[in-house]
Design a protein around this ligand. Structure first.
Ligand code: SF4
Length: 268
């Protein structure tokens, strides 16, 4: 039997005239900019009427956020993308997190037939052959499962920070993600890496032990390496590609997207 391609992923675009998510994002940024992490997440939960999802990859930022969600018992769906290529250390901190908080983190996995087709076309590590091949792998293993994880959500919480890369320099506390038709909330957008680390240590939050070995940003095992002291945080992701093209299709600013939020004037 031949493998069938996975259904195409589409997002309903908002009508151009609809101001509501953009206005809500701006209001949330105004109200929550001066709050700590706990307060920002609580404000996000109060501002978004429908389903609110948080996608974790178990990196240091995501561990800080999951702590603030579970510690307040917020009504937020904590989900992750089990790409099939994660580090054993990532599975370890995943298990430790579920045990620590007594909560299950919902995993979204890629479609099996699509993975089989991908492997038959490009081989087990074919993503190194070109940017297009890498993006094809990320599409099957990350982008399509993310679409399922966010289905029906009105809000999406992420661990993005401005300092992580030039691609993320315009990250705001709350943004209107027009392509996905939801409000994207980045409660650590203005935090430094050191502030995140200090928070995780102070709160005794489980962390991925790869961070102790020089891994700053942690994704799939074959596409992540440790970085040197002077390298940018995301230099260890897809290091064979150009430094300014380090996104996998999850976090994009599509044409027409609005960063309607009002950033606080004072950086932390
Ligand atoms: S990060 Fe690497 S292994 Fe993971 S989905 Fe993308 S290309 Fe594939």
């Amino acid at each position: 039997m031949s493998a069938q391609p996975a259904p195409a992923v589409t997002f309903a675009a908002l009508p151009e005239a609809s101001p509501i998510p953009a206005v809500l994002a701006a209001q949330l940024s105004d109200r929550a900019a001066g709050l700590d992490l706990f307060g920002r997440l609580k404000a996000a939960r109060a501002a978004v009427a429908g389903r609110l999802a948080f996608t974790t990859s178990f990196g240091i930022e995501d561990q800080a956020i999951v702590h603030a969600i579970f510690a307040q018992d917020l009504d937020v769906d904590v989900v992750t993308l089990e790409t099939g290529r994660l580090f054993p250390e990532t599975h370890q901190v995943w298990a430790e997190t579920e045990e620590r908080y007594g909560k299950r983190i919902h995993a979204f996995a890629p479609d099996g037939l699509s993975v089989e087709k991908l492997l038959s076309e490009q081989g087990i590590n074919g993503f190194r052959s070109s940017i297009a091949a890498r993006q094809a792998c990320c599409h099957v293993r990350k982008v399509v499962p993310l679409a399922r994880a966010l289905a029906g959500a009105e809000g999406w919480i992420t661990g993005l920070r401005i300092e992580q890369s030039v691609d993320r320099a315009d990250t705001r506390l709350a943004e209107h993600d027009r392509a996905r038709n939801l409000i994207k909330i980045n409660p650590l957008f203005d935090w430094s890496r050191q502030r995140v680390v200090d928070f995780v240590v102070k709160e005794n939050i489980p962390h991925n032990t790869l961070h102790d070995r020089g891994f700053a940003s942690i994704g799939c095992a074959p596409c992540t390496r440790a970085i040197g002291p002077d390298e940018p945080e995301r230099a260890g992701r897809w290091w064979w590609e150009q430094q300014d093209q380090k996104e996998c299709g999850l976090h994009v600013h599509p044409a027409g997207a609005q960063s309607a939020a009002i950033a606080p004037t004072a950086r932390i």
